[in-house]
Design a protein around this ligand. Sequence first.
Ligand code: TMP
Length: 222
Amino acid sequence: MTESSSTPGPHGLFVSFEGGDGAGKSTQARLLGDWLRSLGREVVLTREPGGTELGVELRSAVLHGDHVDARTEALIYATDRAHHVATVVRPALARGAVVVTDRYLDSSVAYQGSGRDLGADEVERLSLWAVDGLLPALTVLLDLDPVAGRARLTGEPDRLERAGDEFHRRTREAFLGRAAAEPGRWLVLDATRPVEELSLAIRERVEALVGTARSTAAGGAA
Ligand code: TMP
């Protein structure tokens, strides 16, 4: 069974950012966090892989290790996520914080399920098991042509960034397909739009959810 942070249980709000490399996820996550803090909310800005001490080690292994086969790769991301959710995300939601994560399980479904061809359904099942069903109330997809995304990157490409154009095209299509299938959870934005315009569009969508999360908390739901 899946759950989202807008249902009774956690009082906080869980938002994830998804998209290809170079799409501007971390910039938008930061801007959203700044705005929410200005409203007086506690915000936990985090990321996958690498949102915990153990996660930093797993991130280094999966992105900079030598050969890592596809199933091992999927399990490393799932391990990182299980620990991240158990030790950072759920405790923050239980305190009423807004958790904004740069990538979550939709990345595994897109990159490992479709990019690596392990199968979206199987990777989704693995990922949901790892987090005991926790889904974000909102997932923002910053959609960008992978070739344009690569041109925005600086520094040495990591193992995933080196996976090739076809891999990244499959990943992009997988994100778009998931968003189209579940429009209530997703907000799809063209990542080539100006930063400020994107930020406003994201705020508009989050504003309604922040209200919902507050009234749930005020209503004292279990
Ligand atoms: P980042 O550069 O956005 O921090 O993400 C690191 C890389 O890991 C990026 O290329 C996407 C990839 N990734 C997966 O393949 N599966 C996952 O589940 C996650 C979270 C990231």
